[in-house]
Design a protein around this ligand. Structure first.
Ligand SMILES: [Zn+2]
Length: 445
């Protein structure tokens, strides 16, 4: 039996610079069956969506446990290294039960922010000292269960992480990340099974953490399965320079030479890409995920968004370390950072920024969603147009979503035809604030 439902949106963004008024959205099962603008009277039985309805947002880069670090890394002003020390402290303490509780709350925070899919770049695989759990995928399964409980689509990007740096072994807390070699990584990952809401994908942590030969093995293994493949690339200038020194090539060139870069590939960050890197990414049809709120928190720099656009690279967004979980803030930060850097306005179109937050991210994670159109997955979110932030902005322009709205304005979230958020509250996890506080503070007591 396929369930059917009818929704009527006061305004909906169907692509382009303008929104459409009075849109009837017909859902069959998990998918959109029909989308019709200009239906001035909602038919009987249609659920009214008051405000501006957008495709579900996609969070293409997440490390769920980093949420526990929010605002806790700024003592004595906080350097990159003090952030990393605290992050490794967490890595030493987390167990599968704590991780399931924390990730459930973090994924639910994403859902109420309007994200309907997340790519979890998951590298915390094993117990303390690197000892495998009885089920060697205990941590990955904790994330899968957490996503199911939060109602979000998950692409579990199981991450290969083998070394502490160029010619450096894993040490201390990093031992929990390692499978020894690419073959044992693949053996473990092969034991995972996808579900309706959980897709599988893979990641190479970085060219520092995975030797070139192992990158080639991971790339070949994921190519056979048609899985998305992600990697951290050129996040900090030191990484770019070290890689040139050790490998005589940029990180992206190393990945491309290992066969990792094609249309299934997403480079995460790309902050310090050379012009040749950007051209290479475009030529090979790969994407790039920018994480501006994390990149600014860590002092990484500003990614080359206009150049990526020029090279026809699909740019997606990720909340990465979760200093902030707000897809609207990520989208506008791409443009606003460029304005600060270039000392001029109007570098990217608002519609392009919204596409980054929706369509491009869904593509990077392997979901046929991110557009309100027949045949796509029925994921959509409605933002209020009468909040203190959005009131008075033009409901006819997508710029209202990109430049006025925040995560707090998300009123309704529908994932696969099922309503998950009503009046800004998660229907299955109504006490989300206390849940987050409890699961985070348990890790610091
Ligand atoms: Zn990351």
């Amino acid at each position: 039996l396929t369930s059917e439902s009818l929704w009527w949106a006061e305004y909906a963004w169907l692509g382009g610079a303008r929104t459409t008024a009075d849109v009837l959205i017909e859902v069959k099962g998990e998918h959109l069956a029909a989308v019709t603008g200009g239906v001035s009277t909602p038919p009987d039985g249609a659920v009214r969506l008051q405000g501006l309805t957008l495709p579900g947002l996609a969070n293409a880069h997440s490390h769920a446990f980093h949420r526990a670090l929010r605002a806790r890394t700024h003592d004595r002003r906080g350097t990159f290294w003090s952030w990393r020390d605290l992050m490794y402290g967490l890595v030493e303490r987390l167990d599968p039960d704590q991780y399931r509780r924390l990730a459930r709350a973090v994924f639910a925070e994403m859902v109420v922010a309007g994200f309907t899919a997340v790519g979890e770049f998951h590298y915390l695989h094993h117990g303390p000292g690197g000892a495998p759990y009885a089920d060697p995928n205990d941590m990955g399964r904790a994330l899968m269960e957490a996503a199911e409980a939060a109602g979000i689509r998950l692409t579990l990007l199981d991450t290969c992480y083998l070394a502490g740096g160029f010619e450096t072994e894993l040490q201390g807390p990093q031992l929990r990340f390692g499978d020894g070699d690419a073959e044992r990584w693949a053996e473990r990952v092969a034991r995972l099974q996808p579900t309706e809401k959980v897709r599988l994908g893979a990641a190479v942590h970085s060219v520092r953490a995975v030797p070139a030969g192992a990158i080639a093995e991971v790339a070949a293994w994921t190519a056979e399965r048609g899985w998305p493949l992600h990697a951290h690339v050129s996040e900090q200038m030191a990484e770019q320079q070290d890689c040139l020194r050790y490998a005589g090539a940029t990180p992206l060139q190393v990945l491309a030479a290992s066969g990792a870069v094609d249309s299934r590939f997403t480079a995460v960050h790309g902050t310090h890409f050379s012009p040749d890197d950007v051209a290479l990414l475009g030529r090979l049809g790969a994407g790039c995920c920018l994480c501006p709120t994390t990149e600014r928190d860590l002092g990484d720099g500003v990614g080359p968004a206009p150049d990526l656009r020029g090279a026809q690279v699909d740019v997606s967004i990720g909340t990465d370390s979760h200093a902030v979980i707000d897809g609207f803030e990520e989208a506008r930060a791409i443009e606003l950072n460029c304005r600060l850097e270039d000392e001029r306005r109007g570098i990217l179109e608002p519609a392009d920024l919204m596409t980054s937050a929706t369509t491009s991210g869904m593509g990077a994670l392997g979901w046929d969603a991110g557009v309100i159109a027949p045949g796509k997955l029925a994921d959509f979110v409605t933002i209020s147009l009468d909040s203190l932030r959005t009131a008075g902005a033009d409901p006819g322009s997508v710029a209202t979503a990109v430049f006025a709205a925040s995560a707090a304005d998300v009123d309704v979230v529908v994932i696969g035809g099922r309503q998950v958020v009503e009046r800004g509250s998660h229907l299955d996890i109504p006490d989300l604030g206390p849940e987050l506080a409890k699961s985070v503070s348990a890790l610091w007591s």
